[in-house]
Ligand binder design. Structure first.
Ligand SMILES: Cc1cc2nc3c(=O)[nH]c(=O)nc-3n(C[C@H](O)[C@H](O)[C@H](O)COP(=O)(O)O)c2cc1C
Length: 187
């Protein structure tokens, strides 16, 4: 797949086949993710991959409840209250694998670095026919000290990008992009 094709045909996938992604494949994708640029080449990422559709379904319930508990202090999330209150809504969309990208907060640019690693991961996955979706709804709960402790993530690491992976059950949609704002200054 050409880079241009990968960039323009990657879509957030929200319906997955049951087939798991082999650990070796996840490792190879993370190897590619790690070629992302990072401030002063700090490479501050730490990846945790969790496989298990049923586990992720129960984790989804924790994530939803956690956001609903704090939603009054987060006005931007108010529009999602109904969705998050729906017991049938799985924030992980039935994906078999969740990759959590944590960044070492001692690296000044860790949110930028880890976001770029996340995009590399999504594009590398797509090149192999693996779908992905960044799940912002997972960040609050999966970033709590209690959850990090469960996964033995050192306290200086903050969760930046929760990304699900799996084989898409449907072909990707075409996607749409707004006209971008742009001006070119030749001086
Ligand atoms: C920071 C961030 C958070 C996101 N959170 C969610 C999410 O919680 N659930 C979800 O289904 N999609 C989520 N998405 C996916 C976006 O909805 C998606 O990228 C956007 O609609 C554009 O569609 P495309 O990725 O198919 O091009 C998130 C994307 C980003 C970059």
């Amino acid at each position: 797949m050409e880079l241009k094709e990968a960039i323009t045909t990657r879509r957030s996938v929200r319906k997955y086949k049951d087939d798991p992604i082999p650990e070796q494949t996840v490792r190879e994708l993370l190897e590619l993710a790690s070629w992302a640029p990072s401030g002063t080449n700090t490479q501050p990422w730490l990846y945790i991959a969790i496989e298990g559709k049923d586990y992720l379904k129960s984790l989804s319930s924790h994530c939803k409840s956690y956001i609903l508990e704090i939603i009054d202090s987060l006005p931007a999330l108010e529009i999602y209250r109904t969705t998050l209150s729906n017991p049938g809504y799985n924030i992980f969309h039935g994906a078999p694998t969740l990759v959590l990208i944590f960044g070492n907060q001692n690296a000044f640019t860790y949110p930028n670095d880890c976001s770029m690693a996340a995009l590399n991961l999504m594009l590398a996955a797509w090149e192999r026919g693996i779908g992905s979706c960044w799940i912002g709804f997972a960040r609050a709960y999966c970033g709590t000290p209690e959850f990090k402790e469960e996964l033995e993530v050192p306290p200086e690491y903050q969760l930046v990008a929760p990304v699900i992976l799996g084989y898409p059950a449907d072909p990707p949609g075409r996607g749409a992009r707004k006209e971008f704002k742009f001006s070119f200054h030749q001086k």
